[in-house]
Design a protein around this ligand. Structure first.
Ligand code: HPA
Length: 277
């Protein structure tokens, strides 16, 4: 017998939106902030942005909020931060991402996004560290996500819920980001299940399909954000060339290091984007 309490989202009879609403109430109580305007999920390499976008008024361990799971990885900070931006907006920074590869199901993967929407957020910024297929994207390059290909064969939508994904990654927000940094390139993000990195043949498949970025997050979260009616900005930090694009083998350590090295620059960029929203 396990002594671990059952996770509320694992019960198919439970409405995941009701759990998200409860989580949002808890966040309001624990942070003292009734409503948030913007939410950000900070993936590897992006965590420092939280220090730059404004004044942190509250920080809580995500595990104190219903539906959030313990982070699987060190380097993924398991906290929720409420930040007051210089323009007086409230930003909720989610440092606790549940990845699809953890095998806990899609409901848990998108719970943070649904919770963000339930706190009132109308803009969802999704960031990640990812592999690049365009060979001039050196490690440390931030790129905008223009669209995605979801190779998980799964969806956060349950039942016959038909949702349009045209312009899933807001053209308006991408334009705004490019106004601040005209050098920003963009590409199609391909979500693989992971946690293994892709084979070179899989990377070539992704490229032939129209993909430019390979990763293990974001697409499922973006679908849930669209379902919740949020405007979405997706950004990848290219931490490495995707398998086979460079002759070098991939190492998780190098991926983390590339994220650390690029962090000050991309975090400052993200903070400027948030200020301009
Ligand atoms: N593939 C998938 N996920 C990743 C990669 C990659 O090359 N780099 C960082 N996350």
């Amino acid at each position: 017998m396990s002594d671990v309490a059952p996770h509320p989202l694992d019960d198919p009879a439970v409405d995941p939106f009701a759990i998200a609403a409860q989580a949002a109430e808890q966040i309001a109580r624990l942070t003292g902030v009734e409503r948030h305007d913007i939410a950000l999920t900070l993936g590897s390499g992006w965590a420092k942005a939280a220090d730059l976008i404004g004044e942190t008024t509250a920080e809580i361990p995500a595990t104190e909020v219903i539906g959030f799971s313990k982070p699987a990885l060190t380097g993924h900070v398991g906290t929720l931060r409420s930040i007051l931006t210089p323009s007086g907006r409230r930003a909720l920074v989610i440092g606790a991402r549940t990845h699809y590869y953890e095998g806990h199901g899609v409901r848990r993967v998108v719970h943070s996004v649904r919770t963000a929407a339930a706190t009132g957020a109308t803009t969802m910024i999704l960031t990640n560290g990812a592999g690049g297929i365009k060979d001039h994207w050196t490690p440390g390059t931030p790129v905008l996500i223009s669209d995605h290909i979801n190779l998980t064969a799964n969806s956060p939508l349950e039942g016959a819920t038909f949702i349009d994904l045209t312009d899933l990654y807001s053209a308006r927000l991408r334009d705004l980001a490019r106004e601040l940094d005209p050098s920003l390139d963009e590409g199609v993000y391909v979500q693989f299940r992971g946690p293994h990195y892709e084979t070179p043949a899989e990377v070539q498949m992704a490229k032939a399909m129209g993909g430019h970025i390979v990763g293990m997050s974001t697409a499922l979260e973006a679908i849930a954000a669209r379902q919740a009616g949020m405007e979405i900005l997706g950004m990848s930090l290219i931490t490495n060339l995707a398998a086979g694009i460079s002759p070098e083998p991939l190492s998780h350590g190098e991926v983390l290091q590339a994220g650390k090295d690029a962090e000050p620059v991309i975090s400052a960029l993200l903070a400027r984007i948030v200020a301009a929203l």
